[in-house]
Design a protein around this ligand. Structure first.
Ligand SMILES: [Zn+2]
Ligand SMILES: [Zn+2]
Length: 628
């Protein structure tokens, strides 16, 4: 089933209806809207989970069936409306930031089942109440559309949090070692100890990465791995277990770092070198993954998330999500990128694997869907994004003059694969950090487009840390969307150090992209920690890093535009802009209630905002017990 079919139809009906019916008295208007909603609901029920496979095979008859149902249901609903059909819930006396096209602000919302029935001033919306309608006085609180993280490795993070040592809050190397020591004391010798995620040197008093020698001090009998997104730090025992010695060559697209003064291993390894240590950390069991996801999605609801994109999961891990979906336990809407085993498989093998899938981008429902192929990287992270100009520094010394970052996949193979994915109906959602990496991704997308148009298929560039102006037009021509992240909040200092001031001033150039007419969605991409959407919004609004310094001040967004990044724009990325991402009649009732007025609260307070309640499809998924 193509999701756009249902969504666009609903949107068009509402739009058409509004234009036609503008002069009608509001109560009639409301009744008419209810009819529409119920008709929509009927259409939706027909497409419920269990029917999806059938629907896909029989799209045309289904379209017809829905049209027929709209006619039939109309009469039944008119009767129901006369009999007192009323919203289930009304939130009134609030400040509703609808994030509709004109960023209208309203006072009240009527919710019926999982949908927004109407939005307007308190008296008009309260007039819709029936005897069973629950009403909640918001007492001036603000309501935002449910927030969405456009790039969050939830499963990986959840498993990490569930099993690893959390070092995210440490502020010195001594503290970090202390945390690891606690775990080491409870772990049998020889068993590996690892972290939920890495740290940034900026958060440490010493302003440097921990080294092999630091770790050796506390762990002579346990292999220790500090895990980051693109970099791991290992102690001597872990290096030994992974058979990495000073003589081990850095693999293509990876780096085993050596101290330039002594020639010894520092313990830091990057990108493709991570493959050498994969076997060290035992894989989580499906049951552990399931429990970890249950835990993580609750935390995500509590900070205001109702949707997210998983940037890359294996087919096997998709089943974990499917299990939650099947048992109706999902409280976040998830759009999953399939991450094929790109490094080890040939293009033919990849095509063979994917050809056996009878589904592709867009398959699924409003809770769980397939997003694209991602995010396997053409290049590395902050230390290894592929640039056209050389790096300024690397490690703790000036970079070699010929160091431009790392290219992880041969261009030929990459392009062939992207063309093949397109033929099989999958869109590309490829990771690129440096401008040269972006060049390679765009060239591959252009090749795919020549073979079989990708226009309108909303292909994605994941990240785009450093992009050049001349790349904007190429992206626009292809209809490429940028899914970017607030990485500079904690890593801007390193970007300045590695790439120099000039490039760092233009990292994540959201304002420039927006002014050029490119669609941009916002996310976090933290492999180990859940980042509050309000901290992300704070960064886009202030461009302040965690040390208070501003990076790229000309790229600041207005509060309204920052909010769009994490609501309607992310909904557009998953082809669901007519279903969610704003508070408008007909859309899913995904909402976040906050105490503060998002538009006027002092800037520094934005990052501290904690939701009062989060609603998913009209149901409370997080509640601070303050809405009565
Ligand atoms: Zn990435
Ligand atoms: Zn990522």
């Amino acid at each position: 089933m193509k999701r756009e079919f249902r969504c666009v139809d609903i949107g068009q009906i509402v739009k058409h209806y509004r234009v036609k019916q503008e002069p009608i008295h509001s109560s009639v208007l409301t009744r008419q809207r209810m009819m529409l909603r119920v008709s929509m609901e009927r259409g939706k029920e027909m497409m419920e989970k269990k029917d999806i496979a059938k629907v896909d095979q029989a799209k045309r008859p289904l379209k017809l069936a829905i049209l027929v149902s709209l006619f039939f249901v109309g009469g039944a609903v008119m009767a129901a409306a006369q009999g007192g059909l009323a919203p289930d819930l009304i939130l009134f006396n609030g400040k509703i930031l609808t994030v509709d096209k004109d960023f209208n602000i309203q006072e009240a919302i009527a919710i019926w089942k999982d949908r927004i029935l109407d939005v307007g001033d308190s008296s008009a919306i309260l007039a819709l109440a029936g005897k069973n309608t629950r009403t909640i006085d918001l007492k001036g609180k603000t309501v935002l559309p449910g927030l969405s993280d456009g790039h969050f490795h939830m499963l990986q993070s959840a498993v990490g949090q569930y099993r690893g040592v959390d070092i995210s809050q440490v502020s010195s190397i001594e503290q970090l070692l202390g945390k690891l020591e606690e775990k080491i004391a409870q772990t049998p010798p020889g068993e590996v100890v690892f972290t939920t995620a890495g740290i940034t040197p900026e958060q440490l008093r010493e302003k440097r990465e921990p080294t092999r020698q630091d770790l050796d001090r506390i762990s002579p009998r346990h292999p220790v791995v500090i895990t980051g997104g693109h970099n791991y730090t290992l102690n001597s025992l872990a290096l030994q277990k992974a058979n990495i010695t000073v003589d081990t060559p850095s693999p293509e697209g990876g780096l085993i770092e050596k101290d330039p003064r002594t020639g010894e291993l520092t313990g830091l390894i990057l990108d493709n070198a991570l493959r050498l240590v994969r076997g060290l950390i035992p894989p989580a069991t499906p049951q552990q993954k399931l429990e970890a996801l249950r835990f993580m999605q609750k935390r995500a609801n509590a900070v205001g998330f109702t949707s997210l994109r998983e940037p890359g999961v294996s087919a096997e891990d998709m089943r974990i999500y499917q299990q939650l979906w099947k048992s109706d336990e999902l409280t976040l809407r998830v759009s999953m990128n399939l991450s094929p085993n790109f490094q080890n498989a040939s293009v033919d093998e990849l095509v063979r694997q994917l050809s056996q899938w009878g589904v592709s981008t867009g398959f699924g429902d409003a809770m769980l869907r397939l997003d694209g192929i991602g995010e396997f990287g053409i290049d590395g992270g902050f230390e290894a994004g592929l640039m056209t100009e050389p790096y300024e520094n690397l490690g703790d010394a000036p970079a070699p003059p010929d160091y431009f970052g790392l290219q992880r996949v041969p261009v030929d193979k990459f392009e062939q694969a992207v063309v093949a994915f397109n033929r099989l109906g999958w869109r590309g959602c490829i990771h690129a950090v440096g401008d040269k990496g972006v060049d390679i991704v765009l060239a591959a997308y252009e090749k795919a487009n020549q073979d079989h148009s990708i226009i309108g298929k909303r292909w994605i560039l994941e990240h785009g840390h450093y992009t050049r102006l001349d790349q904007f037009e190429r992206m626009k021509k292809l209809g490429v969307i940028i899914s970017t992240q607030n990485h500079p909040y904690e890593a801007g200092g390193r970007m300045r150090y590695f790439w120099g001031e000039k490039r760092a001033a233009k990292v994540m150039r959201v304002k420039d992209w927006q002014d050029a007419g490119l669609v941009v969605g916002g996310g976090s991409d933290r492999p180990g920690a859940l980042i509050s959407p309000f901290l992300q919004l704070y960064f886009w609004i202030t461009r302040k890093m965690n040390d208070g310094q501003v990076i790229g001040p000309d790229q600041k967004l207005s509060r309204a535009d920052a909010l769009r990044l994490m609501t309607i724009n992310n909904a557009y990325i998953t082809f669901e802009e007519n279903l969610k991402g704003s508070i408008e009649p007909g859309k899913l009732a995904d909402l976040v209630v906050i105490e503060e007025d998002f538009l006027t609260v002092p800037e520094e307070k934005i990052k501290e905002i904690q939701p009062v309640a989060t609603f998913l499809g009209g149901k409370v998924v997080y509640d601070r017990q303050e809405l009565r």
